[in-house]
Design a protein around this ligand. Structure first.
Ligand SMILES: [Zn+2]
Length: 223
């Protein structure tokens, strides 16, 4: 959840409830996600923007919620910003898993008229901008935040674990284009190294956020 003076932005919406998926051993989750969100003082109606860094199953789930037998937008007052290229790629996918992800977590927000298809360098405000980080998926983006002279970057799945900061060539099987993903990590890490930018790793375990610093011929993550 990113809160600015003008809007509330949610970056990536996890797996969602009531959606049996391969990654949840085909069991539907039943978590307190929306309750926990509301407990921050920002309930689902107060979300102004939702960004999906990419359209994998664990980044779009709470785009929708089950109401009766239908999938309804969880954030009815939000504009959902989806990458044009990313959507074009996955909407043509013939993978059964991906088809059901699009069906229950993406199509309903289109039908509700809440989607803006955006480019990979889309600027949301003077403080928040998408940054193209293709490789993990063809239209993958990270989210750059700048406020009062400080900078942060929400990685999305450009990296999955801090070990990839030291070894950027280590890929995960989910990287659609492993070479492009490696190149992307190398480029981004080079730019981030030894700067005060706070790197917020979407899949990193707690403490999640840190700085990239040079370490011999590579880098390390400093918490
Ligand atoms: Zn992913």
């Amino acid at each position: 959840l990113v809160q600015t003076r003008d809007f509330n932005l949610l970056v990536d919406t996890c797996v969602g409830n009531d959606k049996p998926r391969k990654i949840t051993a085909n069991q539907a989750l039943n978590t307190e996600f929306l309750h926990d969100l509301a407990a921050t003082g920002c309930d689902r109606e107060a979300i102004n923007y939702v960004v999906c860094t990419h359209l994998h199953v664990d980044h779009v789930g709470w785009n929708t919620m089950k109401v009766g037998d239908t999938w309804q937008p969880s954030f009815p007052n939000a504009r959902y910003l989806l990458g044009r290229e990313e959507y074009q790629y996955w909407s043509k996918s013939e993978s059964e898993d991906q088809i059901s992800v699009i069906e229950d977590s993406v199509t309903p927000i289109f039908e509700a008229g809440l989607v803006d298809l955006v480019e990979t360098d889309h600027r949301i405000s003077d403080e928040v901008q998408l940054i193209p980080t293709a490789g993990h998926t063809p239209g993958h983006v990270s989210v750059a935040i700048e406020s009062k002279g400080e900078k942060a970057l929400i990685t999305g799945d450009m990296m999955h674990h801090p070990c990839q900061i030291a070894r950027p060539h280590w890929t995960v099987s989910f990287d659609e284009d492993q070479e492009a993903a490696t190149r992307c990590r190398q480029n981004v890490l080079k730019e981030l190294a030894d700067t005060p930018t706070l790197v917020i790793g979407t899949h990193f375990a707690t403490p999640t956020a840190g700085k990239v610093v040079s370490d011999e011929d590579s880098y390390r993550f400093d918490f």
